[in-house]
Structure formats: C-alpha cells, structure tokens
Write a protein that binds this ligand. Structure first.
Ligand code: NAG
Ligand code: NAG
Ligand code: NAG
Ligand code: NAG
Ligand code: NAG
Ligand code: NAG
Length: 763
C-alpha cells in the first residue's frame, strides 16, 4: 500500500496535467493510424461542435453501429450510419484508419472487420493545397461530413458521398455521373434497426431529372422536374426562401443533383426518409429543430394528399384533391374503364375521344393550368428552345402529346421545354400553384361546345337542373332536421367542411377526434377557478414570450399535426386560458371547422368570429383557411407585446388601428416604443422585435404573404431577426377603428358557459 503522504502530490500532478490539456480535450475531431476510436469515445467537430461521431446502439437494440449525430441536441438524432447492414453484436467496437491504404474500418470486439470504407467506392481525390506526406486522417467536420484524407492531403473518401437516410445542408441527392455515384437516401428498417429498408429516394435521370421515392419496385412519390426554381411537385418551396433556405439543382454532364443550404446557422434542419411514419405512410420529411420546444418539428413532408400518390388517376387523368371525386379526365378524353371509374378508382386512366389528325396537321393544344407536369421518365428535354418553338416541334412529331416550360426562371422567353410522348402519367393540379401544361387535341375537341352537341346539352341541362333541385331540397331538409337536433344538445358542435368527402362525416362531439376533452370541473380546477391572470401580478416579458410560443405550438398542432386539420376561427385573448405554469391553452372550439387534409380554403356564408381578429378575406368574403387563423394569431401576438387591443385607435392623427400603428412604428425603427409600458423597460429587445415582425407578417392583407404556423415557429426559433422578411402594410390598416378602452384585457373566461369544452394543449 502506498504511504499516505504521497497522495496529495499525485493528485496535484494529475490536476496539473488536466490544466495543461486544452479545455475540450475530451473531444478530438480526428483519428489517425494508431489512435483508433473505441467504446464510448466520440469525435466532435471542432469549429462549432455541431456533430459527433461515435458508436451507438439504437433504442431497443443491443447492436452497435458507427454513426454521426447532433452533438448539442438533447435528443440523439443519428444522421449517418457506417455499418448499417453489419452491426457489431454487443459492445467493444473500434474505428481505425489504416496507414497504408487510408481505409476506415469498423471492427467488433473479436477483431472481425464488419465495415470498411473501401467497400464503398473512393471519392474523386481533389488535390489539397500544399500536399506533403502527413499521416492518413479521418476527421468529422462541422457540416456533418466525415472526411478521410490521404498522405498528400487529398480527399480519399467522404461520408457525404454515402448518404444514409438523411440529407444535411450541403449534401447532394442525385447522380454524380463523373464518379459513377448514385447518391440516394434509404430509410431505416425501423427506429431500432438502421439496416436498409426497401424505401429509397433517388434521382431518376432518364428523362427530365426528378426525385422518386420508391418502396421496392413501387413508385410512392414523384417530385416532378425542377422548373428552375423548385420541383413542380413541391410548389410551396418558394415560401421557405424567405427563411434563408437556398436550393441548388445541378443538371449537366457531370451530375444531376439536388442540395440545400440555410443561411441562418441557428436553424438546424434536415431532410430524412422515413419508413415508419404512421398515418401518412412512408415519407420524405423535412424537420427543423425548435430550441424553445427542445424537439424536432415537422416542417414539410411528402406525399401529402391522395393526389401525391403516384398516378391515382392513371394516364391522361387529372387529380384534383379539392374536387369530388378527385379524378377527372383531361379535356377531350374519356375514362378507359367507365365502370371502375364510376366506382372512383381512376387508376385505369383516360383515352382520347377523337383520334389526332397528325397527318392533316389539324391538331392544336389546350392548356391545363396550375399543374404538376406528368412523369418525365419518358419525356425529352430541350433547354435551347422557346415555348413557341416547342409547340412547332411537338406538332411536327406524331408521337408528341404535350409540352411545358422547363425553366421558369428564364424570363421573359421561358427558354427550355419538356416534350412528352404517349400517355400523360401522374398529372395533378394545385390550388394557386403549379405551371401550364399544353396538351395536344384533335381539332374537334378544341371547340368547346360544338353545334351538333347542342341538342344533347339541352336535355342534359334539364336533367341536371331537376337533379340539383332535388338535392338542394334534400340538403335543406337535412340541415333543418339537424339544426333542431343540435339545438337540443348543449354541446360545441364540430363540423366538417361544406365539401365533405366520403369518410369525413359530421361529428357532433369531440370524442372521435384525438383531442382530450375536459369538463367544466377539470378546467375550473386546472385554472384554479379561472383565476385571472385581477389577483395575479403583471405578466413579465418572459411569460409573454412563453405564451406566444405556446399558442403557436397549439395552433400548429391544430393545423398540421392533429389527425383532422382544424381551423379555430375565433382565436382571441379571451379564448386563451393560462394554467398555473402560465402555459397557454387554446379553448372554445365552438366555431372550429375540421378540414380534410386536401382542402386549402373554404367559403362560408355565415361569418362568425370576433371583430378585430378576423382576417380581411374572411370578414369580407367569408373565405377561411389556416391563413385566417394565422391572421388572428398575428393580432394576438401584437396585443400581447403591446398590451393594447386591436380595437382601439392609436395614433395622433386618429385613424390607425393597432396593426397599422405597430407597422408604422416598426418601419420608423421605433418598434421598441410599442412594448407595454407596464413592463417598465424590462424585456429582451431582440425577442420583442422578432415578435413584432412575426406578428406583422401574420396580419398581411394577402393570405399568401402570411406564413404558416410551422414557419412562424421557425421564425420564433431563429436568432437572426434581421433575416426575417420585412412585413408589408398589414390588412385592414386603412380602416377607421372605433375608439375603445386600450388596456390589455386579461382573459375573462366568460366564454366558459357551455357544458363541455374541448381543449388542446400547446405541446
Ligand atoms: C459507455 O456508456 C454506457 C452508457 O452511458 C455505460 O453504461 C458504459 O459503462 C460505458 N462504457 C464505458 C467503457 O465507459
Ligand atoms: C439485450 O441484451 C440483454 C442482456 O443480455 C437481453 O436481456 C435483451 O433481451 C437483449 N435485447 C435484444 C433486443 O436483443
Ligand atoms: C466476431 O464478431 C462478429 C460481429 O460481431 C460476428 O459476426 C462473428 O461471428 C464473430 N466471430 C467470432 C469468431 O466470434
Ligand atoms: C440510382 O438508384 C435508384 C434506386 O435504386 C435507381 O432507381 C436509379 O436508376 C439509380 N440511378 C443510376 C444512375 O444508377
Ligand atoms: C418517422 O416519422 C414519425 C412520424 O412522423 C416520427 O415520429 C419519427 O420520429 C420519424 N423517424 C425519423 C427517423 O425521423
Ligand atoms: C434557366 O434560366 C436561367 C435564367 O435564364 C439560367 O440561368 C439557368 O441556367 C437556366 N437553367 C437551365 C437548366 O437551363
């Protein structure tokens, strides 16, 4: 046994060694020959410490894999796996790099190599500056790339050339013709098993390149070709541009690849292929990290609706998710199998009513607007021709059936086009997005109502009128009966949209929705007898910010994550209840409407809601959508920040409502003057300006200019307020508002008067 007096000295020496080592000594970012990675060791990227490389076991598994994950996030999210198909059983795995061949190898405890980098082709070595004869190294970079460099400093191999199921900013998806690499994503078999599943996302390069998600041999989703700005099947891409996303699509002799970047480094985002998602089936998903929620938030996914499936309406059929039934034939075409078509199975598609008159050159073109263009696997792309030249080219070839612009950025000539031959597969339309498709028709079908058909049309018109009248009477009868029935129950009613689809029947109570239903007592208890936020002290800034985020999350859940898409329609301060932890709960769903996932907006004759919170298009035209809830949310945010009501008047000249007043002060650079004086200047100016900007973006006149709730949450999560888009003049700005009291109204809870209330918690 060592004499006691020597101990302090040893301790001191140990301490000294510890002090001499750099602070982050536990986290190297490189391995070289002779310094393998073992057990629980990790490499951490050195510049920002964003990514870690090490061994992990997925939850529920005893297998060990070499993987890369986000080092700083509290939820381990693996973005790359080396030996996904060949796990090390149990622990004791090692990662080493050989000195001669610069080859990475993963070995089990018994020394058997289960994976090596040479089993995947090497990178095309770009010479590094200087060169030299250092050792081989493998280093984890800040973008998540694991890079092996040879003795000359050249890239011998890199992880970005071998994606697993995740595309990180800067990674490419597609084909690198020069090196022969097919850069695809392959979903994990299950959350506990990273081995490859049959679900693959790959760039199809035979026609105009497009991304296809496969499940085995079946096409699950098709991105459509790149139109110069976005994939035609992802028409909402433009809306993320304002958040600092940039998309890169390269299509030349060397490569056909897609990649993305985010300007704001504080936004953590990834595109992942998922085989285990439940309701939506397999999906390509874009996730963004929300610091406030300490969780990933689903930002975008595909397939989204029934028309996103591959070719639900067959060749020459058009899928419109807002139509009942969704499949129709292109003009001039009729169903191939009228019997199955009548049973609403459109997959057999449509055939031409009148043969083309190619030889006589009598054909012409009709246009389908707002389209996702047909599958381009068998299409020809011509980047040199104008649209007019493409039309000529198509007319002169008897097999050509349609053409469309290939490059929508090439204004004004729209140079470049895609030309289709044969059937037009997997066509769909979008409300308000998409591009024009010119499809070929015989001269007879180009005339809209030919004279010979007039007689038939008269008969049809009479039959239709009688049928419509009968249906109207039946519907009216039903509603009168229902109104009586509903009145007799004292419950908040849930309604399906007016264009209710099969399966979306009217629901009379919330039981069938995956929403918790609380009765009056529970709520009274949870809110301590609806205490209000009178006896309580003033809400400080942190609490207000927390409330804003909570409402945003609750609304996101309603709009996107709940099984039914729900539009609240009456969002206002008095419908936000706060619990003891000041966590907001959206309440009073008496006016809420359920939407099918496909509906973008609904028009109603009965405008209900609260003056001051209603979006212009809803108040004026009765059109409501998720964007009208976003408007109300924007008003709420501005009210919470300023402590003022939108229904007051706030300018010396006496005609600005809160929205216009906030906008003008923010524009003058005096945004902070808007903050509730009761906070006595104690607030985070960046957060305040961010909230004001977000609030104003939400109350834009045009619904298309308002963000959706997932974007709102991303903006709130971003630390770079300057990168947010600059809000334009808000809706209703010019309206002369009636003067009212201007104090911040505490939720008055007077709304809690019905027997049952359904509540959604902000998650
Ligand atoms: C590695 O980490 C696990 C979990 O934290 C722990 O149970 C295990 O003992 C560690 N192994 C070593 C060799 O440190
Ligand atoms: C993992 O190992 C433990 C202990 O050996 C065993 O009880 C458990 O069943 C194993 N789990 C799996 C999924 O193999
Ligand atoms: C060594 O380990 C690998 C993987 O863990 C296993 O497949 C192999 O059977 C083992 N070999 C021996 C001789 O135990
Ligand atoms: C790449 O892989 C996908 C999926 O396995 C396949 O469909 C595609 O044809 C491949 N592309 C090339 C150029 O090999
Ligand atoms: C797959 O999708 C489901 C449901 O959207 C989600 O819970 C899960 O985390 C996803 N898996 C991965 C690996 O992202
Ligand atoms: C599309 O047009 C833009 C602008 O004219 C041009 O810069 C770009 O290279 C074109 N893309 C293709 C694929 O031709």
């Amino acid at each position: 046994m060592a004499p006691n007096h020597r101990l302090p000295l040893r301790l001191a020496a140990d301490l000294l060694i510890l002090l001499l080592l750099p602070a982050d000594s536990g986290a190297r970012d490189t391995i070289s020959p002779g310094q393998p990675l073992r057990g629980n060791d990790t490499l951490v990227s050195s510049a920002s410490g964003t990514f870690a490389l090490g061994f992990f076991s997925p939850p529920g598994s005893n297998n060990t894999y070499l993987g890369i994950w986000y080092a700083k996030l509290p939820v381990r999210t693996v973005v790359w796996v080396a030996n996904r198909a060949n796990p090390v059983r149990g622990t004791g795995a090692t990662l080493s790099v050989s000195s001669s061949a610069c080859e990475l190898a993963v070995a089990g405890a018994n020394g058997t190599v289960v994976w090596s980098s040479s089993s995947s082709p090497p990178a095309t070595g770009a010479a590094a500056d200087g060169g030299g004869d250092g050792p081989c190294t493998a280093r984890i970079h800040d973008d998540g790339n694991l890079v092996v460099r040879d003795q000359g400093g050249r890239v011998a191999w890199q992880g970005f050339d071998h994606p697993t199921d995740t595309l990180l900013p800067g990674m490419r998806l597609g084909v690198d013709f020069a090196s022969g690499k097919n850069l695809t994503l392959t979903a994990w078999a299950s959350p506990s098993d990273p081995s490859p599943s049959p679900v693959v996302a790959a760039m199809e390069t035979s026609g105009d390149p497009e991304v296809i998600v496969w499940n085995g041999d079946a096409k699950v989703w098709r991105s459509g070709p790149w139109d110069g700005v976005q994939f035609t099947g992802v028409p909402d891409t433009v809306t993320y541009k304002s958040l600092g996303f940039t998309f890169r699509f390269v299509n030349n002799k060397q490569e056909a690849t897609y990649s993305f970047q985010v300007r704001d480094a504080s936004i953590v985002t990834r595109l992942a292929l998922n085989s285990s998602s439940t309701a939506s089936g397999l999906a390509l998903q874009r996730w963004t990290w929300l610091d406030a929620a300490r969780a990933w938030s689903l930002y975008w996914y595909a397939p989204k609706d029934q028309c996103d499936a591959v070719s639900p309406c067959g060749a020459n059929g058009v899928c419109d998710p807002n139509a009942v039934p969704p499949c129709s034939c292109l003009r001039g075409f009729t169903p191939r199998s009228p019997a199955t078509w009548a049973l609403r199975d459109g997959r057999d598609g449509c055939v031409r009513a009148t043969p083309l008159g190619c030889a006589k050159r009598t054909d012409g073109f009709a246009v389908l607007t707002h389209a996702k263009v047909p599958d381009t696997a068998r299409a020809v792309v011509d980047y040199g021709s104008s649209l007019a030249q493409c039309r000529e080219r198509c007319l002169s070839s008897c097999s050509c059936t349609a053409y469309a612009s290939a490059n929508l950025t090439g204004e004004p000539g729209h140079r470049g086009c895609v030309i289709w031959t044969g059937g037009l597969d997997d066509l769909r339309v979008y409300p308000g997005y998409g591009q024009d498709l010119y499809f070929r028709l015989a001269a007879a079908d180009l005339v809209s109502v030919s004279k010979s058909k007039k007689k038939v049309n008269t008969v049809v018109a009479i039959i239709v009128s009688i049928t419509v009248l009968a249906i109207l009477l039946a519907v009216a009868g039903f509603f009168i009966w229902r109104a009586k029935k509903t009145k007799s129950r004292k419950q908040g009613a849930w309604r399906a949209g007016p264009r209710s689809k099969e399966g979306s029947e009217e629901k009379d109570n919330g039981d069938d929705l995956e929403l918790p239903v609380y009765d009056y007592e529970t709520i009274a208890k949870a809110t301590e007898g609806f205490s209000n936020t009178t006896k309580s002290k003033l809400l400080d800034w942190q609490t207000r910010y927390h409330i804003i985020e909570g409402i945003a999350r609750g609304l996101l859940y309603l709009h996107q994550d709940s099984r039914y898409r729900i539009i609240h329609r009456d969002l206002k301060t008095s419908n936000i209840l706060l619990d003891k932890e000041m966590t907001p709960k959206i309440s009073d769903f008496g006016m809420a409407r359920m939407f099918g996932n496909e509906d973008a907006e609904i028009n109603t004759l009965r405008v209900v809601g609260t003056y001051g919170y209603m979006a212009p298009e809803y108040a004026m035209d009765g059109v409501f959508s998720v964007k009208s809830d976003v408007f109300s949310f924007g008003v709420l945010v501005l009210e919470i920040v300023t402590g003022k009501r939108n229904r007051g008047v706030y300018s010396y000249s006496g005609h600005l409502n809160l929205l216009a007043y906030a906008w003008s002060l923010l524009n003058e650079g005096n945004g902070l003057d808007l903050v509730d004086e009761n906070l006595n200047g104690s607030f985070d100016p960046d957060e305040v300006l961010k909230c004001l900007k977000v609030g104003l973006l939400c109350v834009q006149e045009n619904p298309d200019d308002r963000p959706v709730m997932s974007q709102v949450l991303m903006m709130l999560a971003s630390n770079d307020t300057a990168s947010l888009p600059t809000p334009g003049q808000p809706g209703f700005a010019a309206r002369r508002a009636a003067a009212e009291d201007t104090s911040w109204s505490k939720p008055d809870c007077s709304v809690v008067d019905s027997m049952t209330i359904t509540m959604v918690e902000g998650r």
